[in-house]
Ligand binder design. Structure first.
Ligand code: ATR
Length: 275
């Protein structure tokens, strides 16, 4: 039961109606006995309205604000403080309202790095990141933090170069089959393969082999064509839902200050995605 003391957390995006975050967080609140204390809602907000939205968060005393596309960069300007990591990444996805003081964090990089680290140490690993947008920024930051050898490839080569310069890693114009097979880990950090364009793949997979790990940030469909092809070659695959889960775990803990019920959150996502 919600009461006058219930704290509100809100995810904003455009679009946002597909988001699984409200379901994941509300189920988690119930699981740890915080069902009365917290509620997590969603609102569709245009990027031009981000200033007013942050003002509303202050006025209404909203406890947590989650930003998804396209707000992660735009919101920074209106916060009181941005945590050092989020500053380096240049994007905020989690804002905590600490008695009127708004602090921005980024949990996307944790979401990507946690499932990778669960498969082994990243230090010295050759990692190819496809994409140079906001998601790629968080992933590249995380990989460099773990001392991996990162190479970026992107449709717009200039963006790959700029990102590589900023994070002191490598970039390439085009990933040849030889280069692809030389990598330990390959990550799709673009929206390629996302519903409804489910037959598209971000790179050729003919040289993928069983010693490699493939990861996708796309989670609708659960198994993208990229991962399906990689799996058929025997590669280890990491589904996009794992990133969603782990960024959500870190976010839950920032909003509530309580350890997240990991299994409940994982089960909730699996059920919602019919996995
Ligand atoms: P996000 O913040 O979600 O990462 P973004 O900043 O718009 O979103 O970045 C999207 C990434 O996916 C970019 O790397 C983009 O390539 P460009 O820099 O060339 O735009 C990539 N991307 C999206 N759709 C693509 C497509 N159909 N083919 C190739 N790359 C694509």
């Amino acid at each position: 039961m919600k009461t006058a003391r219930t704290k509100i957390c809100l995810i904003i995006g455009d679009p946002v109606s597909h988001s699984l975050s409200p379901l994941m967080h509300n189920t988690a609140y119930e699981a740890v006995g915080l069902g009365e204390e917290f509620v997590y809602l969603a609102a569709q907000v245009k990027v031009e309205k981000i200033k007013e939205t942050v003002e509303a968060v202050r006025t209404l005393g909203i406890r947590g604000l989650t930003c998804t596309v396209p707000h992660k960069t735009a919101v920074i300007l209106y916060l009181d403080m941005v945590d050092e990591t989020a500053q380096k990444i240049g994007a905020v996805n989690t804002i905590v309202n600490d008695q009127g003081h708004l602090i921005g964090y980024n949990t996307d990089w944790i979401g990507a790095i946690t499932p990778l680290k669960q498969r082994g140490d990243l230090r010295g690993k050759n990692v190819l990141v496809i994409g140079a947008g906001g998601a790629a920024r968080a992933i590249v930051y995380g990989l460099m933090h773990e001392k991996a050898h990162v190479t970026i490839v992107n449709r717009t080569a200039e963006r790959a170069r700029a990102l590589a310069d900023e994070f002191h890693c490598l970039w390439i114009d085009n990933a040849s089959n030889d280069f692809i097979s030389s990598q330990d880990i390959i990550i799709n950090a673009t929206s390629i393969g996302m519903h409804p364009h489910i037959v598209e793949v971000p790179i050729q997979t003919c040289s993928i082999h069983r010693a490699q790990i493939l990861m996708d940030i796309v989670y609708v469909p659960h198994e993208t064509e990229f991962l399906r092809q990689g799996k058929s070659k025997g590669a280890t695959i990491i589904y996009g839902v794992e990133m969603l889960l782990h960024q959500g775990i870190a976010q839950f803990e920032l909003y509530t200050g309580v350890p997240a019920p990991v299994d409940t959150m994982s089960e909730t996502l699996k059920n919602a995605l019919h996995i």
